[in-house]
Design a protein around this ligand. Structure first.
Ligand code: ZN
Length: 131
């Protein structure tokens, strides 16, 4: 069961510059920041969903490659589900291409899995469970 848009992940080349927009200009509050698997991430709640600003710290990681290819912008959309394992199997069975064969730990302690944009009309789609 899909509950809501959990967060939108936005790739930025410099988090401090991005915070000038999201925090200082838009007036949003940064809940916390985290270094996670080659990324520096700022979590910014907006209503009952979130923006996650993602700056690569590993030049060889997937996020750095995304920035090189596409530049800054929306990188992925995450949907909140009750049970990430169940949703992953279900959506796989319905023909979506998985990037993660099994759920894994995401930033902020979530359980996550990604689907390949080629099966989701160009959007890197994440499903995300928070207990
Ligand atoms: Zn995400």
């Amino acid at each position: 069961m899909i509950r809501k848009v959990d967060h939108v992940g936005i790739a930025v080349s410099n988090l401090d510059n991005a915070l000038k927009l999201y925090r200082d200009t838009l007036g949003l509050k940064v809940e916390h920041t985290e270094d996670f698997q080659g990324m520096k991430i700022a979590f910014i709640p907006v209503g009952d969903t979130e923006i996650e600003l993602l700056q690569p710290t590993d030049p060889n990681g997937a996020l750095a490659k995304f920035l090189e290819k596409k530049g800054e912008g929306v990188q992925h959309v995450a949907l909140r589900v009750d049970d990430v394992s169940k949703s992953l199997e279900d959506l796989k069975a319905k023909g979506l291409s998985v990037i993660d064969e099994k759920p894994r730990e995401g930033a902020g302690g979530a359980k996550i899995a990604f689907f390949h944009p080629k099966s989701t009309m160009g959007v890197l789609l994440e499903i995300c469970q928070r207990d």
